[in-house]
Ligand binder design. Structure first.
Ligand SMILES: [Zn+2]
Length: 171
């Protein structure tokens, strides 16, 4: 299936970079977007979809915009990227480990790999994990349905997920 190139974004004005961004750099970009989304009243999640070293789509969790509970960052990235060509073989950089809903969509669309910064254990103290959904669905993540690779980034889970300083002297 070949896509006509007529409607594609002109790239001529973009300075070609001599070196491709690393997985680490893409992921760093994703977590920064996630933090910005939180600062703007959204949930602290973002995802980038990259194909052949080129950014195809960047997206943030959009649930706060209209209440649609499926507006997870990974699904938003798939929706945007699907308007620009094939999804199969692309790499997704997600601030957090994908939930089962997103993971299903990523697998079904042939995403080659997911790089993420924070796993469910990182997110659990802040209530942002999807462990319960994985358990209800009985979905073990071994063997992995696609490569799910955790990389460290410059911010911590508390930097991204933590609330404003509060005193929690006791439970
Ligand atoms: Zn999700």
């Amino acid at each position: 299936m070949s896509q006509p190139l007529v409607a594609s974004t002109p790239l001529s004005s973009v300075t070609p970079s001599t070196s491709l961004q690393t997985h680490q750099q893409w992921l760093e970009q994703a977590v920064q977007l996630a933090r910005e989304n939180r600062q703007q009243g959204g949930r602290p999640f973002a995802a980038l979809l990259v194909r052949d070293g080129q950014l195809v789509a960047s997206a943030v969790n959009g649930i706060h915009l209209d209440g649609d509970p499926t507006r997870h960052a990974e699904l938003e990235a798939l929706r945007k990227a699907s308007q620009c060509g094939p999804l199969a073989g692309a790499i997704v950089y997600a601030s957090g480990h994908p939930c089962p809903m997103c993971l299903g969509a990523l697998v079904m669309n042939g995403i080659a790999a997911v790089y993420y910064a924070f796993d469910n254990a990182d997110a659990a103290p802040f209530g942002f994990d999807s462990t319960a959904a994985y358990q209800k669905l009985g979905l073990p993540l071994a063997p992995q349905p696609l490569p799910l690779i955790k990389l460290s980034v410059s911010m911590t889970a508390a930097d991204l997920y933590g609330s404003e300083p509060q005193s929690h002297d006791h439970e």
